[in-house]
Design a protein around this ligand. Sequence first.
Ligand code: CDP
Ligand code: MG
Length: 187
Amino acid sequence: MQSKKYLQLTLAILKPHIVKSPFALQKIRDIIIDNNFKVVKSRRTTISREEVELFYREHKDKFFYNRLMTFMCSGPSDIYILAEHDAVVKWRQLMGPTKVYQAQYNAPDTIRGMFGLSDTRNAAHGSDSTESAEREIAIFFKEFNIKKWYNNEEIFYNLGRLHFDPISFVHTIDKNFVEMRNKPVKK
Ligand code: CDP
Ligand code: MG
């Protein structure tokens, strides 16, 4: 298990009805940044049937499976790798309960409470454990190597030595800081 001092990674998806609604999208992006998450990777894509079948394989016998598949492939989603201390739990707390009526009544200030439309169109996804996060990251960010990220990049995200691009909605390592660190010290 990662020690508490390291950042944890989680996979977040802003589902298709959010990406279609600029106000909702911006508000949720603001919540992410205001809660100190670092956006390690960010992509917008229409999820394919193959990807979503793999992603939601645990639900394949549920009554809602077909409508979930259809909805998730119905238009572009935003998919992020987020880093923060206790990212998995923290992001799920910000999302609120899975069921939208429950969210609206019991947790109206959560993302699902504010922007969920139905139990299927419940605005956002968040990994439910670090194991799920690893599995889900591998589905949507095939080139992303978690081990390499911890070895080479986690420190910069942890120390906040970052540049944030609000348009592409991603944090990248601040090159000036890397160069400063690598400069030989004058004696
Ligand atoms: O997303 P979360 O982990 O909170 O819930 P889940 O139980 O793993 O369900 C996965 C997704 O299935 C939910 O986020 C909903 O989009 C969908 N779902 C649904 O369409 N109808 C339900 N009654 C329950 C879940
Ligand atoms: Mg789940």
